[in-house]
Design a binder for this molecule. Structure first.
Ligand SMILES: [Zn+2]
Length: 402
């Protein structure tokens, strides 16, 4: 499993000059390569592959000034851009080939090798040529905030954005071995409740989702109001500092809550010694077929797929198998007698079955159906799904309530 962490860098003035140099050289190499590709295209109507583009650049000064891996990555990037342009051209003959980059632009530089992370510091190697010219062996900078992680750094990209320097580091995380048992927990992600769990030992927890939705609603309303005010004043403007700030604040708070909920859910699984988590695949929800209009309005696929991803990530790190099953019919089916009825879902989050007469929490019913579906598909010998006693309720703190 891969994880990307973005660190803000704290370069000294001198280090900043070197980063500036290298990223500007990267732009020059990009444009040099682009120039030769355009020439070949004009003459032959063919596009250069990575290998053929790299060969003539062997002694190019910009290529020599960059770490060889970094230079290769730039040529690689451009090859891909040309490939996609070539494809696009077949459909649209007016499509423009990849553009030249502005001279002053600072292109990102990528390291697959030639970088090391030692605690809160990153060390970038420079090429032989750069060393000769500038008299430095490497650039060693500090991160602004250091986050401990369990992975091995595989790739690093230095990016200049809005006056600041960042390192995007991709870590390869070793997944712990899973010792499977027959304990399974299903999760239903919903609208009224953010999530409901149900395992085959009879445990069930309702994670109240008012928080997640009200944060989303609050910000969307505020952002909407502000946008209409802005466009009334300045018809051509769609963004402002306040708007960007609001968006950032909303995303931060949503992320924080999604992190909390997913952590609680995976902890519940760990406490009950569950080794398999099965989740209803929400692609069906997004189509909005079995949701009323108001509900699908509330349901922003962004936060829900983010929640699923976070649960998956935390499960895998905890040595729990993560499985998705289609959510089709799981909200319409009665988990007691198995009848599928469209209009069985009734008000106030209760599911009442007209056939067997049982009334239960609609999301607990959904989670039970996901659990049963999984057991039917993957574990046909073990049909026992346990009797649910009283579901527990877990409140997720709403960041807006003060
Ligand atoms: Zn029933």
């Amino acid at each position: 499993m891969k994880q990307t962490i973005i660190y803000k860098l704290n370069p000294t003035k001198e280090q900043e000059n070197h980063l500036h140099n290298l990223c500007s050289i990267a732009t020059k190499l990009y444009n040099t390569d682009n120039y030769q590709r355009r020439e070949v295209w004009d003459k032959t109507g063919k596009i250069l592959g990575w290998y053929d583009a790299r060969k003539p650049l062997k002694d190019n000064i910009w290529r020599l000034l960059l770490h060889s891996q970094t230079a290769d990555e730039i040529i690689h990037d451009l090859s891909n851009n040309y490939k996609s342009w070539f494809k696009l051209r077949k459909k649209d003959n007016k499509a423009n080939p990849p553009m030249f980059r502005k001279k002053e632009r600072l292109s990102p530089i990528t390291f697959n090798q030639g970088f090391r992370i030692i605690k809160n510091k990153i060390k970038l190697s420079v090429s032989k040529k750069y060393k000769q010219e500038k008299g430095i062996k490497s650039i060693e900078m500090e991160f602004d905030l250091w986050k401990e992680n369990k992975g091995t750094a595989k790739m690093c990209q230095i990016v200049f954005k809005k006056g600041e320097w960042f390192a995007h580091i991709v870590y390869e995380i070793t997944e712990p071995k899973i010792n499977l048992n027959n304990k399974v927990m299903a999760i239903d992600i919903g609208v009224i409740n953010t999530a409901v769990t149900r395992d085959n030992q009879g445990n069930s927890t309702i994670y109240k989702g008012g928080g997640l939705l009200s944060v989303q609603r609050y910000y969307n309303k505020t952002i909407g109001k502000f946008t209409s005010k802005l466009t009334k004043q300045f018809p051509k403007r769609h963004s402002s500092k306040t708007l960007r700030k609001l968006n950032k604040k909303r995303n931060n708070q949503m992320n924080q809550m999604i992190h909390t909920i997913s952590k609680k859910i995976v902890n519940e699984a760990k406490e009950n010694n569950v080794k398999t988590i099965v989740i209803g695949d929400i692609t069906d929800i997004r189509k909005g077929k079995h949701w009323n209009k108001k509900a699908s309005q509330k349901l922003h696929s962004w936060s829900f797929s983010k929640l699923t991803q976070q649960i998956e990530y935390k499960s895998v790190l905890s040595g729990i198998r993560f499985v998705r099953v289609s959510e089709r019919n799981t909200s319409k089916t009665c988990s007691c007698c198995g009848t599928i009825r469209k209009n069985n879902r009734i008000k106030r989050g209760l599911y009442k079955c007209k056939i067997c007469g049982k009334t239960q929490n609609a999301d607990v019913n959904g989670a039970t159906n996901i659990l049963k579906k999984y057991l039917r598909l993957f574990n046909p010998e073990d049909r026992s799904s346990g009797c649910v006693t009283q579901p527990k309720v877990s409140m997720i703190k709403n960041v807006l309530s003060r």
